[in-house]
Write a protein that binds this ligand. Sequence first.
Ligand SMILES: Cc1cc2nc3c(=O)[nH]c(=O)nc-3n(C[C@H](O)[C@H](O)[C@H](O)COP(=O)(O)OP(=O)(O)OC[C@H]3O[C@@H](n4cnc5c(N)ncnc54)[C@H](O)[C@@H]3O)c2cc1C
Length: 478
Amino acid sequence: MDIAIIGAGAAAVALLDALDPSDIRSVTVFDPSPSPWRGRPYQPDLDSVLVNAPPEIMSIRHGDREHYARWLDGDAHAGAHTDERLGRPIPPRAVYGRYLVDTAEAALARFARTELVGAAVTGVSLAGRPVVRTADGRRHPADQVVLCVGGGVPRDGYGLAGAPGFVADPYPLRRTLAGVPPRKNVAVIGTGLTAVDIVASLAARGHAGRISMVSRSGTLPFVWQRPLPTDLRYLAPDRLRSLEGPVRLAEFTELIRMELAAHGESWDALAAWIAAAPGRDPAASLREQLAMVDAPRLGRRIVQEAAHTAGPVAWRLLAASDRERLRGRHFRTITSAASPMVPRNAALLLELFEAGTLEALSGVEKIEAGSAFEITHAAGVRTADIVINAVNPPPHAIPRAAEPLVSSLLAQGAVLDPDGGLAVDPGTGRVLVGGRPDHRLHVAGDLAGGGPFLVSGIPGVAAQASRAARSIGGVRSR
Ligand SMILES: Cc1cc2nc3c(=O)[nH]c(=O)nc-3n(C[C@H](O)[C@H](O)[C@H](O)COP(=O)(O)OP(=O)(O)OC[C@H]3O[C@@H](n4cnc5c(N)ncnc54)[C@H](O)[C@@H]3O)c2cc1C
């Protein structure tokens, strides 16, 4: 069997690592990136650009939570990256990129024939044996094609493209921040993890001007607590899988309430605390949460873990009106709770808030470019010399580099999922073509529609890659 993998990021690495090589004649991977296997997030960048999760949540090998931790143990510099409050290594994302490169190279060595083609894929023909077309006009036949093209890039929500001083896509920060004079006032659009990366990196470069994080909600991500086993019962994904849909949100809420009660905690109290977060003073909130990093209560850890593990199963079972309600009213809060910032960054932001060099402005209505940028927010107007975009794309967005490829599939009978991404069969990740799962075409990563509204992190991507490997012909035995 000949396999074509489109995209050489984390999903592709997870897939290569999972595939059983016995029936595979050749593997061809396509990606125009100059540093393959790192994808968009894990490129060489500043040391202040950190991974967002502890090692047990960043293993690229589905079903082996220690795989990345073992690699880190063998890395001479890993100890230097311990987040003291979390008690876990939190290295720069570029270090994680090296882990992906090492894993990909070890995985590739198991196949008889491999090739990395440095060109973007512009289409796949599904008439007869699939044929992958690349931007250089070449055609590559294959028996199986897996789309691992990643997610979108930040959206230009305020129409600032081309304005002098506007940075549309912040990564790599070592390049985009190099042009930011240290005394200028900087506005960062967004208050999510990308915004946190930018503020931490400006601080690491000794930025002396004012930094304003500006957004509609003003909600910062929550702060990681030290991981502890949660032992999910009512929210165990297998238990949810046995439910018949559609299930109402109120029924899931009851399961969350029972899960927390089984651990001696109140969901109503925790939900009220989480819901009040956007209204709290950001410095006070960070101070409170930094004091809770070691707290033994499991409630928030349960909610965070369940959002990633039970969440995708629950999402598929939910009634459409409840999905709409969650997406419309609770998107930001759930994302902030599900994908927290690491304590080291929280402490840094707190220091900047206390020093008065950082502020968070909410209720942003418009941002206009002129001799300086004018930001109209809930409490007035703020000016900035530089504006850096950190507005995350919606989940299941189609990456710009994959638009021609997706168009070619849509023209042959694939369809978009109403919640974004390509419609796929949830059990196998096969793309639905003409209403039926096409056994020759799979998706691993954010392009797979039908997931919840959270962007897939590493565990989700690794699980999807393992699902695709199983569907193609088997997961290697270890
Ligand atoms: C800035 C950022 C930081 C993140 N940090 C974390 C984190 O710390 N922990 C975590 O768990 N998750 C994190 N995530 C979530 C992230 O989505 C996953 O960790 C992971 O990178 C997704 O892997 P992927 O292979 O699906 O996509 P990517 O890693 O983006 O790789 C996709 C690849 O496909 C290629 N490609 C696209 N179109 C084509 C085409 N037409 N032809 C050929 N190649 C193509 C691209 O060049 C790219 O190399 C982060 C996400 C972002 C954006």
